[in-house]
Design a binder for this molecule. Structure first.
Ligand SMILES: C[S@@+](CC[C@H](N)C(=O)[O-])C[C@H]1O[C@@H](n2cnc3c(N)ncnc32)[C@H](O)[C@@H]1O
Length: 337
């Protein structure tokens, strides 16, 4: 023991070594959690289950490997084992098991698959390879993971509509339809439409609206935000665009704001909630977005304001939605034309 300790003390670069071990430890925990999710084992842990029950539920024929995965989960504090039965232990694992397709689970899968691929491919991208079409495979996952901001976006949307006369809403790039569901839940007078580029995601939105009994008040159209000919007809009281302005460059956004202005009724408002440049994770997301076909690096909030003003809007709200982060809500009123 003493000898082993003294060898450790004389290890060259021991701080670098310790840093690597610390970093790998966090990475292994997330990798293990995502493997538990992907294999279906996490979903099978909605209640305590034995190895045999989990092998049956997941269709795993390699029982020894499944045992290793579960034991890794126990060693990393994700799972616990009581006798023969495994169950989630950490708060994160409990949430993943309770909602294996929810925003937390989807963000974990996005981080360990799509983002990981981006980082592996990054040298080529830095050398000038064009952005890749990751969203072809990961679009539906990204639509689910972006709901991780729902807690803040719901509050923003609620305050936006509180006490006003705005009733007819268009949600551009509506993703899986969560915001439309939330707007619809504010009262029976709210109705409108969503526009979504990805047909599979649009279908998710229709299903979500139908299961919230809102299918008759909100339609979901497949279309491109950049082509106002594919938008549902207006006029609308409010047009929202949440977590998607970074799909467009400044020129495309300028045209977008003009189309929004045309599709709004008198006194209509545009409301944007988005991650912007300058937050603690912005550079990370710039790498992911800047490597993905059809996406752009995050714009700054002042730049978005300038663009809206140039398109004839008057800014009436700018709120930082998450303390310490650069996720903003912006609302602007259409000027008289
Ligand atoms: C990150 S998700 C955000 C979804 C939703 N607005 C929310 O806040 O949860 C971005 C969505 O915008 C959609 N999108 C991207 N480019 C689009 C375009 N040109 N036209 C319409 N939708 C688009 C994507 O398919 C995706 O579902």
């Amino acid at each position: 023991m003493f000898r082993a300790l003294s060898r450790l003390a004389t290890l060259p670069d021991k701080l670098a070594f310790a840093g690597l071990v610390r970093g790998m430890s966090g990475q292994i925990q997330l990798t293990c959690a995502s493997a538990l999710l992907r294999s279906g084992a996490m979903a099978g842990l909605g209640q305590p289950a034995t190895l045999d029950e989990l092998a049956l539920a997941t269709g795993a024929s390699e029982r020894d490997l499944l045992r290793s995965l579960l034991e890794l989960g126990v060693a990393r504090g994700l799972l616990k084992r009581r006798g023969e039965r495994y169950a989630p232990r950490s708060a994160m694992a409990r949430r993943l098991a309770a909602d294996p397709e929810g925003p937390l689970a989807s963000m974990l899968l996005e981080f360990t698959s799509y983002h990981h691929e981006v980082m592996v491919d990054l040298p080529g991208r830095l050398a000038g390879e064009p952005p890749r079409d990751y969203l072809d495979r990961y679009g539906p996952l990204v639509a689910r993971s972006s709901r991780i901001l729902d807690h803040w976006l719901r509050d923003w949307v609620e305050r936006l509509f509180a006490g006003g006369a705005a009733r007819k809403v268009l949600d551009l790039g509506c993703g899986s339809g969560t915001m439309l569901c939330h707007i619809g839940s504010l009262g029976p007078e709210f109705r409108g439409a969503g526009l979504e580029l990805d047909p599979a995601v649009a279908e998710q939105a229709r299903e979500q609206l139908a299961s919230a009994d809102l299918g008759d008040r909100f339609e979901v159209h497949v279309g491109d935000m950049r082509d106002s000919g594919s938008w549902p007809s207006g006029p609308f009281d409010v047009i929202t665009a949440n977590q998607n302005v970074y799909y467009f460059d400044a020129g495309e956004r300028a045209a977008l704001w003009r189309s929004v202005s045309e599709r709004l009724g008198p006194g209509g408002r545009v409301a944007i909630a988005t991650s912007t440049a300058g937050g603690p994770m912005s550079s990370y997301f710039d790498l992911v977005l800047g490597s993905t076909e059809g996406c752009r690096m995050l714009p700054g909030v002042e730049q978005l304001e300038r663009e809206l003003v140039e398109a004839g809007f008057a800014i009436d709200r700018r709120e930082r939605l998450i303390p310490g982060d650069s996720v903003y809500g912006l609302a602007a009123v259409r000027g008289e034309t």
